[in-house]
Design a binder for this molecule. Structure first.
Ligand code: NAD
Ligand code: TYD
Length: 352
């Protein structure tokens, strides 16, 4: 018998796999049920080291399949939900917004309804934790930060779908009393990230001497947080967060894309024993992303002051660890980039 059964959705993805690993190892008294449909972004190889643990179970399920989701809530007597399953890449949302509305909005709604029915109004010791993004707040100018009070102003189909899902979560709290909590995090980096996102894509291209497609002038700014610090923050909020509240998660670690790219080039070249600056010639400025948000920056003071969370890692150390991981796990990268990825890459970057 486990003390608590926790449903993690999207646990085979980048952040989800780090969270599942943390929870399974830290809480042997909890049962962690990982619900994931395994889209292109879901990969059970991300969880090899925990797959045989007695307190872990994988269930293949589409969060939009309401009947099946409901059954899982009942069969596993789910008491807590940490919801990460989503379509997560902005560029894909520009090409195919429907799938973002379907998964991120309808999928979240399906989970909320299932939780409401399964818990039947007895919400004691229950929690629905929705993992969201800082992109719901829109874009910042040269200065200022997103706080928990910043108004929503999403620009991409991805951020619009996440904003909509956040609204549904709050609506279920306000209308039905479902105990919920939401966190909005900045850009994550680290191991096991699908190489469609900037950091793993560029590390892989630098290794393979392929062009580095920098959107626009490379002047957009992102606030980067080490993925294990995000997982730690989710753990803290899940256990100590105030019901109905929102927490921003970020590392106070802003980088202009082009500066970050130069750090990646320097690090990969050094670790591969190449002469410094060898790969700078790969930088290729391409057509900007449509609706490209200029700057994101999170103020995570509330999380620090109220719940005592702080990032554990300096960026220099985190990026070094991350580059090393991708260099040492070539097989993981080759498995991903050998199949459909080739088609994705050709299609996404053909006009650029
Ligand atoms: P990811 O794309 O790496 O993983 C998403 C996972 O969800 C995959 O395992 C996929 O198989 C699964 N999934 C997708 N559709 C599903 C469906 N219909 N049913 C069941 N499973 C499904 O994403 P990520 O980067 O790990 O992001 C996880 C969450 O964190 C997302 O909700 C995202 O919006 C949020 N987030 C991400 C970042 C970031 O920098 N990556 C930052 C802030 C917030
Ligand atoms: P990304 O990793 O897609 O995250 P997000 O768009 O959610 O912030 O992109 C990070 C930044 O890098 C963003 O400003 C877009 C830029 N970028 C490029 O310049 N080239 C690329 O090939 C990609 C994927 C992103």
């Amino acid at each position: 018998m486990f003390k608590k059964n926790i449903l993690v959705t999207g646990g085979a993805g980048f952040i989800g796999s780090h969270l599942v690993r943390l929870l399974v190892n830290k809480y042997p008294e909890y049962k962690i049920i990982n619900m994931d449909v395994l889209t292109y972004a879901g990969n059970l190889a991300n969880l090899k080291d925990v797959e045989d643990k007695p307190n872990y179970e994988f269930v293949k399920c589409d969060i939009c399949d309401f009947e099946k989701v409901q059954k899982i809530f009942i069969d596993y007597q789910i008491e807590g939900v940490i919801h990460l399953a989503a379509e997560s890449h902005v560029d894909r949302s520009i090409k195919d917004p429907f799938s973002f509305a379907q998964t991120n909005v309808m999928g979240t709604l399906s989970l909320l309804q299932a939780a409401k029915f399964a818990w039947g109004g007895n919400f004691e010791d229950k929690l629905f934790y929705h993992v969201s993004t800082d992109e719901v707040y829109g874009a910042l100018g040269e200065d200022g930060f997103f706080t928990e009070e910043t108004s929503y102003d999403p620009h991409s189909p991805y951020s619009a779908s996440k904003a909509s899902s956040d609204h549904f979560v709050r609506a279920f709290q306000d209308t039905f009393g479902l105990p919920t909590v939401i966190s909005n995090c900045s850009n994550n980096y680290g191991s096991f990230q699908f190489p469609e996102k900037l950091i793993p894509l560029f590390i892989n291209n630098i290794c393979n001497n392929k062009p580095l497609p920098v959107y626009g002038k490379g002047e957009n700014v992102r606030d980067w947080l080490y993925v294990e610090d995000h997982a730690r923050a989710i753990d803290v909020i899940f256990h100590k967060g105030k019901i109905g509240d929102t927490y921003n998660i970020g590392g106070f670690n802003e980088w202009k894309n082009i500066d970050l790219i130069k750090v990646m080039i320097k690090t990969v070249d050094r670790l591969l024993g190449r002469e410094e600056g060898t790969s700078e010639k790969l930088i290729t400025y391409v057509t900007d992303r449509a609706g490209h948000d200029l700057r994101y920056a999170i103020d995570s003071t509330k999380l620090k002051v109220e719940l005592g969370w702080e990032p554990s890692l300096q960026f220099e150390e985190g990026i070094e660890e991350t580059v090393k991981w991708y260099l040492e796990n070539k097989e993981w990268m080759d498995n991903i980039t050998s199949g459909d990825y080739q088609e994705y890459y050709k299609e996404m970057y053909k006009a650029k």
